[in-house]
Ligand binder design. Sequence first.
Ligand code: GAR
Length: 187
Amino acid sequence: MKRIAVLASGSGSNAQRLIEHFRAHALAQVVLVACDQPQARVLQRAWDLHVPSYLFSGKELRDGTLLGELQQHRIDLIVLAGFMRLIPAELVRAFPDRIVNIHPALLPKFGGKGMYGHHVHEAVVAAKETESGITIHFVNERYDEGRMLFQAKCPVLPDDTPESLAERIHALEHVHYPRVVEKLITG
Ligand code: GAR
């Protein structure tokens, strides 16, 4: 049984999908939700779904405390689901090709520092793009640059707002993220 930790900073709709997808799975399970924001809705979702959660600070992310916690839980795979901080090199080295992220645009476009959540959709709409989508990729020490695993596209409509686009992107994420993570685990 592969043990998955989900790292999240916000609402946690992807975290919830992942937890539900792997709930009755024979090969993997989400055993920990780790979060860096005390007010994040993902903590309530984890509670409601009976998954243990762990709250940590930016300092604890960088000084190895989070790494120790993940090792204590015997985590095999780390899945970032709306996690907004840079993963430190030490953590990347401890989990080689075992940290994945989802980005709400078609990387390498609209990625990098500061490009997360609604900032991404605002930039895509402002640039008058005709399509956007999602990218699932391995995580390295730089924002949004790890090896790509999967992309899916959707249209950007002329009257889209960042909010309406975010909704379309979330729907795409909820369909594909659990499936791609499962494929990674089962090979
Ligand atoms: C998702 O759209 C995810 O792709 C994005 O944050 C949102 C979190 O939603 N991640 C990034 O922007 C990372 N750079 P959720 O909390 O409802 O899962």
